[in-house]
Design a protein around this ligand. Structure first.
Ligand SMILES: C[S@@+](CC[C@H](N)C(=O)[O-])C[C@H]1O[C@@H](n2cnc3c(N)ncnc32)[C@H](O)[C@@H]1O
Length: 245
């Protein structure tokens, strides 16, 4: 059982709007190696993600997203044909990688942030993904639309644990999906911003457990992943949350 330490101080990694004009748009490219060890020819998966320079959190790729996308890409055989739902998806890099590798993907973001849901859509369009479902899902709110979803195998969550007021809602959302499929795994990456906070008591309360996944195990212990300059010098952690039983 890992400690489940989570940092919380939100930060903007585009800092000075006097230097950077607001709402500057660009497309960021990521290249994931998808070749097997024994394959002679290297194959790459190229993903393009539209970003907008904007103070809203879901408008650009966060350092945690590239780490989670790398984990998804390394587990390409495991995720093929699995049902995967991403929460707080924003620009949706991990979910888009999963969809490109053959998973049946649903991307979600806060129902009150239509601009973020629009981003999920743009990321799918940019990568020629037509079969990905997109829906509003606000952590801790259980809607009829959520009840209509089929049981999910994997929940992806990249940089969702940044504001402690949301922690229990996120954990409760994980529990919702785990209750519908007790084999469901929640693959979580987060940015270490403070060692003062922990979600361990919430996992105990909701009868869940977590195990820490060292980044070195999936080649994500470098400041540059997938041909990008992310995660940079940020400390990213990964854990897998599952049912306690
Ligand atoms: C720090 S961003 C991370 C975005 C993306 N997962 C990434 O790593 O690049 C947090 C995301 O959570 C979403 N979010 C914030 N509050 C939420 C809530 N109450 N319910 C669902 N999503 C929420 C934001 O809209 C945003 O897309």
């Amino acid at each position: 059982m890992c400690k489940g330490k989570i940092g919380l101080i939100p930060f903007h990694y585009f800092i000075n709007s006097e230097i950077q004009p607001a709402r500057m748009a660009s497309v960021r490219r990521f290249k994931f190696d998808t070749s097997d060890l024994h394959e002679k020819n290297q194959k790459s998966l190229i993903i393009s993600i539209p970003e907008v320079l904007d103070p809203s959190y879901g408008m650009y790729v966060w350092p945690s997203a590239v780490v989670l996308a790398q984990y998804v890409s390394i587990h390409r055989e495991e995720i093929k044909s699995k049902r995967i739902l991403e929460v707080g998806a924003g620009t949706s890099l991990p979910g888009v990688v999963a969809a490109k590798l053959g998973a049946s993907v649903t991307l979600t973001d806060d129902i009150h942030q239509p601009v973020c849901l629009e981003n999920c859509k743009k990321s799918c369009q940019e990568n020629q993904l037509e079969d990905v479902s997109i829906m509003g899902l606000s952590w801790g709110r259980f809607t009829p639309q959520m009840l209509e979803l089929p049981p999910q195998d994997i929940i992806l969550a990249s940089d969702c644990f940044y504001d402690s007021k949301d922690f229990e809602d996120i954990v409760a959302t994980f529990k919702f999906f785990i209750q519908r499929n007790n084999k469901c795994q929640c693959w979580v990456t987060y940015q270490q911003r403070s060692t003062e906070r922990s979600i361990e008591y919430l996992l105990q309360k909701w009868k869940l457990k977590c195990c820490h996944v060292p980044l070195v195990l999936f080649g994500a212990d470098s400041p540059c992943i997938a041909g990008s300059e992310l995660p940079g010098n940020h400390t990213i952690e990964m854990m897998i949350i599952t049912d306690q039983s």
